[in-house]
Design a protein around this ligand. Structure first.
Ligand code: X2X
Length: 342
């Protein structure tokens, strides 16, 4: 006979187990979860996504298998439709740029406000502070579980014609821009002639000369060998940076056990740290080796004086104000304060 206290506890446990809703079973999992990215390894973006998949496979003993689908191929290359597909469950998971998700989540245009973030500390003050937390809430309210941040990087402008040191140098230049309307407004305000196109169409357009220039982080400039398609002038204007967000569709998120959800989240945080490290390598004050490598390829790299930079700030002031209203004044003010106190 069991002692009475033990018998009572055992009975209570039986009742609790019987009455609890059936827990998510790892056996219900898909054989493979599709992870969307725009670019693959060896870009920092692809490295972050691969590391996430690797860590999750390792830490779940293979219960969760993630496969990368770069080139935004799950949305036929239309990278600005990635968030919609993710929300609807057509894509299980993604490591997505704030730019590409901003057509659906207007607040993500924050990072594209011209000249809001002067340096990496400013970017970190946003992603790691109350602004980042608020943005994650908004994403969550829209059907996607955000798990962590990685980084595409500060987007520098390049072109095939001449050095850009003032807005006048951009006059009439045909520029490939990404898919948020904010970029059209910024380049129009600077006197350029912007053309929106996907990443898939960008390199052919640069190669044929259909456009004169583009803007992207220098890791992309170097790895995509843009100097080989005539992009011989780069200006380090640091006008904006796009962080990357690890996200899981709520359609699949809810099928994971709490333990596996936690593994997915921690793995995204760890993979994000690695992704940010590689995104910044060679692009910091104490290590400019990537900039030097690009100069070594015959590319003219222009650094702006404070007065030159101010001319770009002034020329885009109206764009900043217009988009601050669309994003939401409170969020923009909170971002400005986080940056001022960084
Ligand atoms: O399309 C681009 O320029 C890229 C690859 O940087 C993004 O997806 C935002």
């Amino acid at each position: 006979m069991l002692p009475r206290a033990v018998a009572v506890a055992a009975a209570a446990l039986t009742i609790a187990v019987t009455m609890a809703p059936p827990p998510a079973q790892a056996t219900d999992y898909k054989n493979e979860y599709k992870v969307s990215t725009v670019i693959p390894v060896p870009f920092p973006w692809g490295i972050a996504a691969e590391e996430w998949a690797r860590l999750v496979a390792e830490r779940t003993d293979g219960r969760i298998t993630m496969k990368l689908y770069p080139g935004a191929q799950l949305v036929a290359g239309e990278q600005t439709k990635e968030f919609t597909a993710l929300r609807r469950g057509g894509i299980d998971m993604a490591v997505g740029s704030t730019i590409n998700w901003s057509p659906q989540i207007v607040e993500l245009n924050l990072f594209s406000l011209p000249f809001l973030m002067p340096d990496y500390a400013a970017l970190d003050a946003l992603t790691q502070g109350p602004v980042g937390a608020r943005l994650f809430e908004i994403i969550r309210e829209n059907g996607v579980e955000p798990l962590g941040w990685a980084e595409n990087g500060f987007r520098e402008v390049s072109n095939s014609r001449h050095a850009i040191a003032t807005p006048e140098d951009l006059a009439g230049m045909k520029m490939r821009v990404v898919g948020s309307p904010l970029f059209n407004d910024t380049f129009t305000a600077l006197g350029a002639n912007p053309a929106q196109m996907s990443w898939a169409d960008a390199k052919p357009a640069l190669t044929t000369g259909a456009v004169d220039g583009q803007e992207n982080p220098l890791t992309i400039f170097a790895i995509a060998k843009m100097h080989e398609v005539g992009q011989t002038h780069v200006t380090l204007w640091h006008y904006m940076a796009d962080p990357l967000i690890f996200g899981v569709s709520h359609k699949v998120w809810e099928t994971f056990t709490p333990e596996d959800q936690e593994i997915l989240r921690q793995a995204a945080i760890d993979a994000g740290a690695k992704g940010i490290e590689v995104a910044r390598a060679g692009l910091t004050a104490d290590d400019e080796s990537l900039i030097e490598e690009i100069e070594g390829q015959g590319v003219t790299v222009t650094r702006l004086t404070d007065a030159q930079r101010q001319m770009f700030v002034d020329a885009t002031q109206d764009v900043y104000e217009t988009w601050a209203n669309k994003i939401g004044r409170d969020l923009v003010t909170q971002a400005e304060e986080s940056i001022a106190n960084r």
